[in-house]
Design a protein around this ligand. Structure first.
Ligand code: URA
Length: 261
């Protein structure tokens, strides 16, 4: 006979537990019954070796995965099979990318939020609306720019991604850029800029600079570079609207770069 483990608790205690979860950032119920994920993440000694096709990483280790994808669809499928980032377990959907991969402009944000997680598309929420407006000023729409995130899964409660989560997913964003081969790579926000450029500088220092992003050609392995411009994240601009003046300057710079051809 199964016993409800909470049956001995008073309503008052249960409300206290719920409040604690809300304060810790939980903003939705993922399943009807508790999943016990913290315990599930501790590797039991007798855990069977993972299948070669779906590598499992110790969550605290930087990723040594090397994506093999030769097309964007292959990369999407590789991410769907990837078990090395714990965020996948709490996310509703993989948020791969949106827009036109043949465009000269690729934008990279931080991680999906709640709206993106539900729809499986990047930047479809409030900050996405501001981004589309600013990009429109530079003549860019989702028909002529391409957009993705450093992390393809939503961190629960929109918390900041951990260094381990970023490290686990990094080979995928690097392969993503190498497959798209953009002329201009826009890093939206500090997390994207630091990750892509392997820099410790903050976004206020990096924004609006014409930097270089280096990668290797997927086919030939040859070294390639593209222009990388860090910009303020639109969600940051929604909180710090006095910075919009600087942000418009960056978008104007991008507009001129694109007009120069
Ligand atoms: N913020 C991001 O960095 N990415 C999204 O897709 C949405 C919000």
């Amino acid at each position: 006979m199964s016993r409800d483990p909470d049956s001995h608790r008073s309503l008052h205690e249960l409300a206290g537990c719920l409040n604690w979860q809300i304060e810790m950032g939980a903003d939705e119920a993922i399943a009807d019954a508790p999943q016990g994920w913290p315990r599930a993440l501790e590797a039991p000694p007798e855990r069977p070796a993972p299948a070669a096709a779906t590598p499992v990483l110790a969550l605290a280790e930087p990723s040594s995965i090397q994506p093999k994808a030769r097309t964007l669809e292959e990369l999407r499928l590789e991410l769907l099979a990837f078990e090395g980032c714990g965020l996948k377990r709490t996310a509703k959907n993989l948020v791969f990318a949106d827009g036109n991969p043949s465009s000269p402009v690729m934008m990279v944000g931080e991680a999906p939020g709640e709206d993106e997680d539900r729809q499986g598309l990047p930047f479809v929420g409030v900050s996405g609306k501001l981004l589309d407006r600013m990009a429109g000023f530079a003549g860019l729409t989702r028909e002529n720019f391409y957009i993705t995130n450093i992390l393809p899964w939503r961190p629960p409660g929109n918390r900041s991604p951990s260094d381990q989560e970023i490290a686990a997913c990094m080979p995928f964003i690097e392969r993503h850029v190498a497959l798209v081969r953009p002329r201009v790579l826009i890093a939206l926000g500090g997390v994207a800029a630091k990750t892509l450029l392997k820099s410790k500088d903050g976004i206020t220092k990096m924004r609006g600079k014409r930097l270089e992003y280096a990668y290797h050609d997927v086919e030939s392995g040859a070294a390639r570079t593209c222009l990388c411009i860090p910009m303020f994240h639109p969600a940051y601009l929604l909180r710090q609207s006095s910075l919009k003046r600087l942000a418009w300057r960056d978008w104007l710079m991008l507009k001129k770069i694109l007009a120069e051809g």
